[in-house]
Ligand binder design. Structure first.
Ligand code: G3I
Ligand code: 9MR
Ligand code: ZN
Length: 575
């Protein structure tokens, strides 16, 4: 059936609507009840739901004249309305129109019905607890990634395993030296532990707490839940304590990673993975990211754990001294006989600037400001593992005004807001209201979505503007199902759930459902694994995802994808 999307009055573009009280039975536009149980994959909603006072929009693939919202408990229509808009979306190849039901403000369960198309999954309208529950799961998922401990049923439920990777690791190239570098997080679907992404993960967690502390008052049932520290900071500390072990005692440089030579088979549980572990050489990016995140930790933990705070600051300064003594870029590349993750980079400039900004914010010492002013390149504002210039900007923008240079800060603030406006403008042209360009669907694109939202939320903190928080919320809606694939990308949440993530514990355990609260990487238009190449060739960028355990370039998980999402859902669950 085709019908044109029309609005009541083209100029004001406000579709006609008949809103009824929840208990009034209204025959549907066709006079019939929605096709019973026919779920349409073309009515895209946030499969968890919407907050009572938020904008509530479903994206319908195709062009249809009207839609109805039904109370899922009573089966009665509560809203009949014309659709609005018609957009051809470049990233998905879809032509879409919109069901805007923002006027619905009664808490409850609902579904949308479109004549001739079918009905949506059920979803909720409710308080921010809809999303604080998701956020708690995203944080708890990092507990499930912990290395070096027994995951006990008391905290891990059915997702248990024995302690893992507790033996000493061999210093690559100097095999007589063996060091205790136990702890930290399994990076992703593999068991490697890498300094660069672990530092970004810990930074995201501490920033989420710093900006939205009200989102972290409830315990997450982790071993530290009974102490006086918010559980998100306990989780960050678990990663930080491992990072501190990765610093070379003598030089202050930081080893790049500790992994087995090669990835173990996909169904190997962590406590069964007994391959030798190798500590790979010191790198510039590992050392600089380490300096930055331990300086940040010295600030965040100052009141919670003064001794830990002091230990972190001393380690940060020692790492900075290594950076000063090693001005040339020491890259990391896997040697011939090692094929685990690499986290390579072509420059350490953004990492060094991040370290300077965090040390300035933590100490107020002038030399860090001098370095930052002379070296920081305003503009990229990356919040991922490869480009950390956004973290440097945040540290500088929120440093005490008497320590940061106001001219430099103003320059950064202006550029930050310009980039935030670019994201808002991109979203306004995007069929799924998403701040993503079609070229950004690469490996870990869901992290790009979350990081763009994080950028806009920081912009809101700088300027208090609803346009940023609304667009950030649209990113959350995307991650929970309002996308061309009608796919919720967070394990355990939504109606169309991820069931086959590239995640060794989920593959090797005897539990049907994957470990919950893990954000998968999402569409990657570069088709970087055999499964993606076999199944996704020719698809639009935003459709290049497959829920297949062998598709590591679209369906793996990673701590720094979760931590980016945690920042976003800390906001979604905060008000
Ligand atoms: O930056 C370029 C971009 O300019 C270009 O347009 C795009 C084209 O696709 O490629 C981009 O580079 C990508 C890079 O990630 C940055 O996004 C590369 O294609 C892509 O291969 C690279 O993927 C990385 C992947 O390891 C392979 O190296 C992912 O970011 C990274 O998250 C992933 O990390 C792995 C660890 O190595 C091992 N543990 C699991 C973890 C997650 O899969
Ligand atoms: O499981 C590995 C995943 O963590 C990495 O991101 C990915 C790319 O480096 O590699 C995965 O390991 C696969 C390897 O690359 C090829 N043989 C199959 C391995 C398991 O899927
Ligand atoms: Zn382990």
């Amino acid at each position: 059936m085709t019908a044109s999307c029309t609005s009541k009055n083209q100029s004001d573009n406000t579709p006609a609507s008949t809103s009824v009280s929840a208990n009034t039975v209204v025959a549907s536009a066709t006079g019939q009840q929605p096709e019973a149980g026919i779920i349409s994959q073309d009515i895209h909603i946030n499969q968890i739901g919407y907050k009572i006072d938020d904008k509530k929009i479903a994206v319908i693939k195709g062009v249809y004249k009207s839609f109805e919202v039904f109370d899922a408990e009573t089966g009665k229509a509560v809203l009949v309305k014309e659709t609005g808009g018609k957009v051809s979306d470049e990233s998905s190849g879809d032509t879409v129109c919109y069901a805007d039901f923002s006027e619905l403000k009664a808490s409850g369960s609902y579904f949308i019905s479109v004549e001739g198309l079918g009905k949506s999954y059920d979803f909720k309208i409710g308080e921010s607890t809809l999303f604080s529950k998701v956020n708690d799961a995203l944080v708890k998922a990092l507990y499930y990634q912990r290395c070096g401990i027994v995951l006990d049923s008391k905290y891990a439920g059915e997702y248990i395993h024995g302690s893992c990777h507790t033996g000493k690791a061999i210093l690559y190239g100097n095999e007589e030296v063996q060091l205790d570098v136990g702890g930290g997080w399994h990076d992703a679907g593999d068991y490697g532990r890498y300094v660069v992404p672990a530092a970004v993960t810990a930074a995201d967690l501490m920033l989420a707490y710093e900006f939205y502390p009200q989102s972290f008052t409830s315990p997450l049932n982790i071993p530290e839940s009974s102490n006086n520290i918010p559980d998100i900071l306990d989780e960050a500390k678990y990663g930080l304590e491992w990072l501190l072990k990765m610093q070379d005692e003598k030089s202050g440089g930081v080893y790049h990673k500790v992994t087995s030579r090669n990835f173990p088979d996909i169904a190997v549980m962590p406590d069964i993975d007994v391959d030798d572990l190798f500590i790979m050489p010191v790198s510039t990016t590992a050392t600089a990211d380490f300096a930055a995140v331990t300086a940040m930790a010295s600030r965040i933990f100052k009141d919670f754990d003064p001794d830990f705070s002091k230990k972190c600051l001393a380690a940060a300064v020692k790492a900075w001294n290594w950076l000063e003594a090693n001005k040339s870029f020491i890259a990391f590349k896997n040697p011939q006989d090692v094929s685990s993750g690499e986290y390579g980079d072509s420059s350490g400039d953004d990492e060094r600037a991040w370290a300077a900004a965090e040390l300035l914010r933590a100490t107020g010492i002038k030399k860090y400001n001098e370095y930052f002013k002379a070296n920081y390149q305003t503009g990229g504002f990356g919040l991922g593992w490869q480009n950390v210039s956004g973290f440097a900007a945040i540290a500088y923008l929120f440093a005490d005004t008497e320590t940061a240079d106001s001219g430099k800060a103003d320059e950064i603030r202006k550029a930050w807001l310009e980039k935030a406006d670019m994201f808002v403008s991109t979203a306004q042209k995007n069929g799924y209201l998403l701040a993503m360009h079609k070229m950004e669907y690469n490996w870990g694109s869901n992290m790009n979505v979350a990081n763009h939202a994080m950028h806009m939320l920081i912009a809101d903190k700088l300027s208090n503007s609803e346009k940023y928080t609304e667009s950030a919320a649209d990113c959350a809606h995307y991650l929970l199902g309002r996308n061309t694939l009608n796919q919720s990308y967070i394990t355990g949440y939504g109606s169309q759930k991820v069931m086959q993530p590239h995640h060794r514990p989920s593959a090797g355990d005897s539990v049907k459902d994957p470990v919950p609260g893990l954000l998968v990487g999402g569409p990657d238009s570069a088709l970087e694994d055999d499964s993606a190449r076999a199944s996704l060739s020719g698809k639009a960028p935003a459709q290049c995802y497959i829920d297949d355990i062998t598709s590591f370039s679209t369906n793996e998980v990673a701590t720094y994808w979760n931590s980016a999402a945690i920042f976003v859902f800390s906001y979604m669950g905060s008000n």
